[in-house]
Design a protein around this ligand. Sequence first.
Ligand code: PLP
Length: 431
Amino acid sequence: MKFRSTLGQAPMVGFCEALLQGIAPDGGLYVPERFPSVQLTDFADARTPAQVGAIMLAPFARGSELEASLPVICQEAFSFPIPLKRIPSDSGPLHVLELFHGPTAAFKDVGARFLAACFERLNSKQQAPLTILVATSGDTGGAVAAAFHGRANTRVVVLFPKGLVSGRQEKQLCCWGDNVLSLRVNGNFDDCQRMVKEAFADTGLNQSVRLSSANSINLGRLLPQAVYYAAASLNYWRGSGEKLNFVIPTGNLGNGQACVWARTMGFPIGKIVFATNENRPIPDYLETGNWSPGASIATLASAMDVGNPSNMERLRDLLPGVELMREAVSAYPVSDEEIRRQISRDEVARGETWCPHTATAAHVYDGFSDSDKAQSWALVATAHPAKFETIVEPLVGHPVEIPDALARLLDLPTHLSDIEPDLEALINALK
Ligand SMILES: *Cc1c(COP(=O)(O)O)cnc(C)c1O
């Protein structure tokens, strides 16, 4: 399969080139030249995400260097459970799709692990390691570092702003060592992003170091995310004969996009609803038809603080015009006050402790009409509440138990270097 740029000004590329390039040379995002339609009978023996992924993603990797390794890559990416858990409801069947059982306790582990498994293999014949540069304000850097740690032929360099990530997040970024270099930048997140951009543009550096990125617009992170929606909907449909509807906490629209892609391919997915925080360009677009991204607003659901969701370009490419998009998806904003109330209330009412992101989905569900609630729904839980303990614990009135995988990371020694916010400091650290 070939992939084209959403801007249409760059040549089509194969699967591996799309992964390695991240963004197309014209500045557009890579999308499949067409979506394969699946036959559900092909999945008769597939139950786990790893099994579903090996079949579902095969058309995308066909003809590429990674085609034969795809089943093993899927096993490496989906090495932890992704349960669809039934929870109490007064209406139709309600579930939580828990995406937080990976090493860094957020859904970003899936995409990061898939990409790392691909990059290790793509680089195996090269002498020099591939250096992955990531600027992070929290979850992404930890997931990418965890995914690439110990992988041959690769090195990860994480840049994060000093004093602007939580204590537990900093620990997740700095507990690795070996092929992970953690750089604490004496600046803010914009400085970190600018340094990464400048590094990619620096000719001298690119001659001595092979650079690549792992940010959330990379196709190698989106495609595996479609797999857990496919697997969950397939298993649900087998058991009940019903389509599963999803409410998805949404920021940059990578996770939500992946669900739309899975439904486009023919998996038994019903409605798709995005829950955002006060950063509301997506709900505003669906309401008014005007796309007006803005600066990001800081909220309690900080991993969704995106004022200009870059993956919207892909969704508009698939569903041109607001009418088509309104038929396909809906989106509702949730305020910080509503997030707080939802976390406190559901601790008692549903016996569930939500992270602030997942709470947006629960809030949006509670606002549905009775006829909508009568259908089968899954709230998508994007992170474990223990990652956001300073917000969640005062609201629920007790300590949140830390999952074992996360607890292990918090006990490891710290490896980090402090650097100034300029390219020269980054180049020195890379050498
Ligand atoms: C990244 C993230 C989101 C937002 O996902 P997008 O793909 O950017 O829409 C939601 N919740 C958590 C916990 C995240 O880390």
